[in-house]
Ligand binder design. Structure first.
Ligand SMILES: O=C(CO)[C@H](O)[C@H](O)COP(=O)(O)O
Length: 229
C-alpha cells in the first residue's frame, strides 16, 4: 500500500475545486503538501489568482515558495473554501484533527470558511473515532493539574513530547495532551465536556464541520458529500 501516492491522488483531485479569484484556507500536513504542489502548478501555468490563508507556518512557507499569495486570516474579509487533511474520519464524516499540532488555527479557519473539504488517504476512514489519539491544545499554566483531571476521568492522557523529551509547542506556545480513548462512543457529548474544561484552548474533535471528503486510493479517488447522509 503506497500511502504517499494515496495522499497525492487526494490532493490532486481537491485542487480542481479551487477557482480563479477565490480566497482559500490552506490546511496543514503531508496530504496538504500535495495540494499545495498542485495549486502552485496551476498558479504558474494558468495564472490562477487566489489568496491562500495558511493554517500553519509550514504551509505558509511552502505556499510562498510555490508562488501562491498568502494572507493572514485577519487580513481577509471571508474565506470561500478551505482544504485540509484529517487524522481520522468516521462514517458520519466527523473528524479528529491535530496530529500535526495545528488544530487551533485549522478550526478557526474552518469555521470561518463558506465550505470545507478534507483530503485523506483511505487508511484514515474508520467506522468510529478514537483509535487515533485525540489532541488537546492546553495552556502550560496548570497543565499538570488538568492532566491529572483528565486521567481521573479515564481519558488516558499523554503529553506530546519531542525527540529531546521536551513538550511539543503549538503556534501559540501551548502544550499538546493526547487522549488515548480507543473508541469515542458519543463524540458530541465528549465535545461538550471538553469545551467546558478550563485550560483546554481547543480540542481536535471537528464535528459537523466538513462539507466534502475526498478519499485517495492508489489509482483513483472517491468524493463524498458529507452533508448529505
Ligand atoms: O490536523 C492536522 C494538523 O494539525 C492535519 O490535517 C492532520 O494531522 C493530517 O495530516 P497528514 O495529512 O500529514 O496525515
Amino acid at each position: 500500500m503506497d500511502k504517499e501516492l494515496m495522499k497525492k491522488v487526494a490532493g490532486q483531485e481537491a485542487v480542481k475545486y479551487i477557482k480563479d479569484g477565490m480566497t482559500v484556507g490552506l490546511g496543514t500536513g503531508s496530504t496538504v503538501k500535495y495540494l499545495l504542489d498542485a495549486l502552485g502548478e496551476r498558479v504558474a501555468k494558468e495564472g490562477l489568482r487566489i489568496i491562500g490563508v495558511p493554517t500553519s507556518n509550514r504551509s505558509a512557507k511552502r505556499a510562498r515558495d510555490l508562488g501562491i499569495d498568502v494572507k493572514s486570516i485577519d487580513d481577509v474579509d471571508h474565506i470561500d473554501l478551505t482544504i485540509d487533511g484529517a487524522d481520522q474520519i468516521d462514517e458520519n464524516f466527523q473528524g479528529i484533527k491535530g496530529g500535526g499540532v495545528a488544530h487551533l488555527r485549522e478550526k478557526i479557519v474552518a469555521i470561518n470558511s463558506d465550505r470545507n473539504i478534507w483530503i485523506v488517504d483511505a487508511t484514515k476512514m474508520a467506522k468510529n473515532l478514537g483509535s487515533f489519539p485525540l489532541p488537546l491544545e492546553v495552556t502550560p499554566y496548570g497543565s499538570t493539574h488538568l492532566f491529572k483531571r483528565l486521567d481521573d476521568m479515564g481519558y488516558h492522557p499523554t503529553f506530546r513530547t519531542n525527540a529531546k523529551g521536551g513538550h511539543v509547542l503549538t503556534h501559540a506556545d501551548n502544550y499538546i495532551i493526547d487522549l488515548n480513548l480507543g473508541y469515542i462512543e458519543h463524540p458530541h457529548e465528549l465535545e461538550t465536556i471538553l469545551n467546558n474544561m478550563t485550560g483546554i484552548v481547543e480540542h481536535g474533535l471537528f464535528l459537523d464541520v466538513v462539507d466534502m471528503v475526498i478519499v485517495g486510493y492508489e489509482d483513483h479517488s472517491e468524493t463524498f458529500d458529507a452533508k448529505r447522509k
